[in-house]
Design a protein around this ligand. Structure first.
Ligand code: SF4
Length: 212
């Protein structure tokens, strides 16, 4: 799994305060992993500052080897720069990128879940209210499953550490995988996002909350 927030490697390095890595080297590593059947994923933090940069991603040399591209909308102060106009532009870009034919990864993001259609009046502060998320589910959790180093099985890798027990489906050190997967299936069937108050590493509601 690779974090990549800007298509331009130097821009990404500046943003992450890391040295720039060669895209060609990354492409060679991903190609080797993919050839061995390893699932390859890129995560991108979606911000007002990189939303217009997304069309550059499919041109990256490692794109054909990827399976999944997870867009994670920022919350709080970093999300304040959204405007209705930039939201609309992003939505069109995401639809175009999501519908693009392969080779390349499947795009997943919480946004198509309907969160962003919520009336702003329903949103309180920087956290989704229980009423706002009841009955809704994030499309990311339908498409992926994440196991952290402690054995917690989670809907994605953007869950705050202290919430892993409440949002996770179970821990592989404590229960058999079958029991955890059965719990995940039940949770997805019953719109388990009604308990999604702790899903805070990514807060799609802020995408709407900060747009005015
Ligand atoms: S943090 Fe929660 S809302 Fe965000 S992508 Fe992950 S599962 Fe979906």
């Amino acid at each position: 799994m690779l974090s990549r927030d800007f298509a331009d490697p130097q821009r990404h390095a500046n943003w992450r305060k890391l040295p720039a890595f060669s895209d060609q080297v990354i492409a060679e590593v991903f190609a080797r992993l993919s050839a061995r059947g390893v699932f390859c994923q890129v995560n991108t933090v979606l911000m007002p500052s990189n939303a217009d940069d997304l069309p550059g991603f499919p041109g990256l040399p490692f794109w054909p080897a990827l399976d999944l591209w997870h867009l994670i909308p920022v919350k709080g102060a970093m999300a304040k720069g959204w405007t209705e106009e930039s939201r609309g532009r992003f939505a069109a870009t995401a639809a175009e990128l999501g519908g693009a034919p392969g080779p390349g990864p499947t795009l997943i993001s919480p946004l198509p879940s309907g969160f962003a259609e919520l009336p702003l009046a329903e949103i309180r502060g920087s956290r989704p209210t229980e009423a706002a998320v009841r009955g809704r589910s994030c499309t990311v959790e339908l498409a992926q499953l994440y196991i952290d180093a402690s054995g917690h099985v989670l809907p994605c890798n953007s869950i705050a550490w202290e919430q892993r027990r409440t949002i996770g489906f179970g821990n592989l050190h404590e229960e058999p995988a079958e029991a955890i997967l059965a719990r995940r299936s039940r949770a997805l069937e019953s719109s388990h996002n009604s308990a999604r108050l702790g899903c805070h590493a990514c807060d799609p509601l802020n995408f709407a909350a900060n747009s005015n």
